[in-house]
Structures are given as structure tokens and as C-alpha cells.
Design a protein around this ligand. Structure first.
Ligand code: PLP
Length: 457
């Protein structure tokens, strides 16, 4: 048993939380999460909460998977640590790299035979910045330095990660972006579509913003374009079907590298091992983290496509880059056990063929709610836009913070759902049953009803 008050006091006295207003935290106190099993977490007061966010989009295989703990324990007892810097290696890192290479589908003749490991998505995107610049140096085009990202994207919290991302609140702190990183608009039809423009037309226009930016900078100066297949932290922004094929045309035409940041979208989240397969595009680098270990232990990395790997390995010499925990044997052992578990339970296919279609059906029903202006899903992520007027899709005054109001009702009703402005988003564990999806949908409805009641008070 935990003494909640004592933990909360120590928490506000000593612990700086990520992305948290500490003034607010001190007055309200944090909720102390103490246990988890399946799709549920429990707080120190014994409340059971359905975790529709899989932690931070990472607990793909659900909580309480003993074999992942067992894999960590066995590896900790055999070889808890060794690095791969000086012509040494370790078995789990090698096996996991080979496993990832085998799972990454070939697209139009391009393969992913190589993997670089880090401990997080942020570190992996920092690696990407150095990798693409190194590649262009080796190609004799060192002036190709600029990387283009998108507004409202999230690529991590390190200097390079936060710069690649397009969160204005992050850029405002710490003089970001760093030089050589620029942004284009996100493909968010609900917000940015023009009157009379179809979603398909909008998708093309949003993609062509990349071409305009390339021409503005000069194609010979652009190194790469980075994007999430579906923007996650930005609010589950699902691109129109026309978007990715047009992006592919543009990067091909100008010869620039394509980085697919799949920290959220890989490992079954969109119903495939890797999300580029769903949308049919051909990246040169794929960032991964989170779901690779179902969040049980920190691990991230970059799948390096053969276009870059060939140059880097054949004529690269030493790449002066690496982390103490690159290829950490315990993290890699857990990653391997997690991927084997997901393979055995056939989770990507299960999401694609069973869970995602059912979630889409249930979300279409939620779309009928008077507070909901848009309800959409893609694989096993979903978003709802809370609106003041269903017909005109007019939004509430941002001062009202309706998203946060709804989030508070979720908390009270035993549901974790995230608010991004007035967009409510979920990314549940991939091990849900239909009954659990029904339970989640019923909770979402109750939270929407409660929010509406509060707004009408
Ligand atoms: N890239 C994407 C798309 C993410 O969603 C995240 C985290 O949410 C990151 C990168 C950063 O990963 P990490 O928090 O492991 O550094």
C-alpha cells in the first residue's frame, strides 16, 4: 500500500515532470500510478483506469506480459551491459537488428538491411540529422544540409528533435529550430481545407507545399524531408489518400531523402509492422522507438535503407556518432521478445483485419454525438474534434479549454484519453478484445455527455 499524500508531497518537492506546469501540479497533486495489467492501470487509491493511450503510445502488447520481464531478467543475469563501439558486439543487438531487417518490407526494390540503435525516438532523430548530412558529404554534395519538417509535427525533445518538430510552444523555448531546419504546413483537412476544396485536392495541395519549399530553398541545398505517417502528438492528423503518393513523387523528382518517423506508427499501430507499407511510400530512413519494446524498456533506433547504408558502409570510414546504450543487450533482448510475442499473436494483422475496422465502426457512431464535429480513425489510433456547432463545425473559444475539460471528465470516469487543443485522441493497446473496445467507447460517450453537461451549466 502507498501513502498517496506522502508520495505527492515528495513528487512536487523533488521531481520535475516532462511537459508539465508545476504550479498547477502543486495545487492539484499528481495521480500516482502504481500497477498495470492488460489494458488497465491502477492508481494508489485503488482506482482502475482504462488506458486508451497505451501509456505514451507505446504499450502495444499491453501491460503485464511476463515473458518480457523474463527476457530482461535472463539478459541482466548473463550480460547486463556491453557496448559495440570497438569491434565488439552482443547477441541480442545482432539478433534484433536481423529481426527488424526481416520484418521491414521491401518497397519497390529498396530494402532495409541495417539498423542503428539508440534509447529513444528523440535520439534516433538526432542520429537522422547527422546521418543525412554525412550521406550528402560522402556523395560530394555537402551543401545539401536543409531538412524540411512540418508544423505541428513531433519528433522529440532534444535540440534536433524539437527543431525537426513543428511545435511552436517548443520552438519558443531555447531558440529553436537550430539552423538548417524549416517547416511546411501539416496535411490537416479539417482545419486547413479551403471552402469547396475536396479532401483529395487538399492532399495534393498540402504535399505540393513541399515542392514549393524545395524550389524556394534550391533543390541542391535540401538534404531530406521528415514526417510522421500519421501525425501523433499533433492530434492524430490523418493525411488524405492523395498526400503520400504526391510526397513520393516530389522527393523522387528532386532526389531528396525521405525520413519516415514511425516512433508511434510502427509495430502494428496502423496494422503493419511498419507504416510506410500501409501508405505505400519508400523512405530512406525509418525512426522507431516506443512499440519496439512495447515501452517495457527504453529502446529506439533507425532503419537505414540500402541507398544510405551502401554509401555509409562502403565509403564512409568512421561515422563519429553513437550512444553508450546503443544496442543495449537488455533493451534488445526485451525488444526481441516483444516482437516475437507480437508475431506469435499476429498483432499487426489482427489490428488490420479485426480491431481497426471495428474501432472505425464504433467511432463513426461516436461521430453522431452532438459535441463531435469529426471522428476519424486510422489503424488503432483515433481522434475526435469537439465542436460548438455540429452543422457549421464552429469550435469553442480556446479560452474555455474544452479539450482539457473533457480530459478531466475522462480521468474521473476511469479513462485515459489525451487532449490536443479540442481534439481528443486515443491509441489503445493492440491486445484489446471487442468487448473492451465497447467498454472504451461507452466510457468515451459518458465523458462526452459529462463535458456537454458542464458546458450547458
Ligand atoms: N517521434 C515521434 C513521432 C514521437 O511521437 C515521439 C514521442 O512521442 C518521438 C519522436 C520522441 O520519442 P522519445 O520520447 O522516445 O524521445
Amino acid at each position: 500500500q502507498h501513502d498517496t499524500k506522502a508520495i505527492q508531497a515528495l513528487d512536487s518537492a523533488h521531481y520535475i515532470h516532462p511537459f508539465t506546469d508545476h504550479g498547477d501540479l502543486a495545487t492539484r497533486g499528481s495521480r500516482v500510478i502504481t500497477q498495470a495489467q492488460g489494458i488497465y492501470i491502477w492508481d494508489s487509491e485503488g482506482n482502475k483506469i482504462l488506458d486508451a493511450m497505451s501509456g505514451l503510445w507505446c504499450v502495444n502488447a499491453g501491460y503485464g506480459r511476463k515473458e518480457l520481464a523474463e527476457a530482461a531478467y535472463q539478459q541482466l543475469m548473463t550480460l547486463p551491459y556491453y557496448n559495440s563501439f570497438f569491434q565488439t558486439t552482443n547477441v541480442p543487438a545482432v539478433q534484433l537488428a536481423a529481426k527488424l531487417a526481416a520484418l521491414a518490407p521491401e518497397v519497390r526494390g529498396r530494402k532495409f538491411e541495417h539498423v542503428f540503435f539508440s534509447s529513444s525516438g528523440s535520439e534516433s532523430n538526432d542520429t537522422n540529422v547527422r546521418l543525412v548530412r554525412r550521406y550528402w558529404d560522402l556523395m560530394g554534395q555537402p551543401q545539401r544540409k536543409t531538412i524540411i519538417g512540418r508544423h505541428n509535427a513531433y519528433h522529440g525533445s532534444t535540440m534536433a528533435g524539437a527543431s525537426l518538430g513543428g511545435m511552436s510552444g517548443m520552438h519558443a523555448q531555447g531558440d529553436l529550430p537550430i539552423p538548417g531546419i524549416v517547416h511546411i504546413e501539416q496535411p490537416y483537412f479539417f482545419e486547413n481545407g479551403r471552402p469547396g476544396e475536396s479532401e483529395a485536392e487538399f492532399g495534393l495541395r498540402a504535399a505540393r507545399a513541399l515542392e514549393e519549399k524545395i524550389l524556394e530553398i534550391g533543390a541542391d541545398k535540401v538534404a531530406a524531408f521528415i514526417a510522421e505517417p500519421v501525425q501523433g502528438a499533433g492530434g492524430v492528423i490523418i493525411p488524405p489518400a492523395t498526400y503520400w503518393p504526391e510526397i513520393q513523387r516530389i522527393v523522387d523528382q528532386y532526389g531528396i531523402l525521405l525520413i519516415s518517423d514511425e516512433v508511434i506508427c510502427a509495430f502494428g499501430r496502423l496494422g503493419h509492422w511498419f507504416a510506410y507499407e500501409k501508405f505505400g511510400y519508400r523512405p530512406d530512413l525509418v525512426t522507431f522507438a516506443k512499440g519496439v519494446t512495447s515501452g517495457y524498456i527504453p529502446l529506439g533506433g533507425v532503419m537505414v535503407g540500402d541507398r544510405i547504408a551502401k554509401v555509409l558502409i562502403d565509403k564512409g570510414g568512421e561515422f563519429n556518432h553513437g550512444y553508450t546504450y546503443s544496442g543495449h543487450p537488455v533493451a534488445c533482448a526485451v525488444g526481441l521478445a516483444n516482437l516475437e510475442l507480437m508475431e506469435r499473436e499476429d498483432l499487426p494483422r489482427k489490428v488490420r483485419e479485426e480491431l481497426a475496422p471495428y474501432l472505425a465502426k464504433r467511432f463513426a457512431e461516436i461521430g453522431e454525438h452532438p459535441l463531435v464535429g469529426l471522428a476519424e480513425t486510422c489503424g488503432f489510433v483515433a481522434g475526435l474534434v469537439l465542436v460548438k456547432d455540429k452543422a457549421s463545425k464552429a469550435m469553442y473559444d480556446p479560452e474555455l479549454a474544452v479539450g482539457m475539460m473533457c480530459r478531466a471528465h475522462c480521468f474521473r470516469n476511469g479513462l485515459i484519453m489525451r487532449a490536443v487543443g479540442d481534439r481528443m485522441i486515443i491509441a489503445p493497446p493492440l491486445v484489446m478484445t471487442r468487448e473492451q473496445i465497447d467498454e472504451m467507447v461507452a466510457l468515451i460517450r459518458r465523458c462526452l455527455d459529462d463535458t456537454l453537461s458542464e458546458l450547458r451549466e
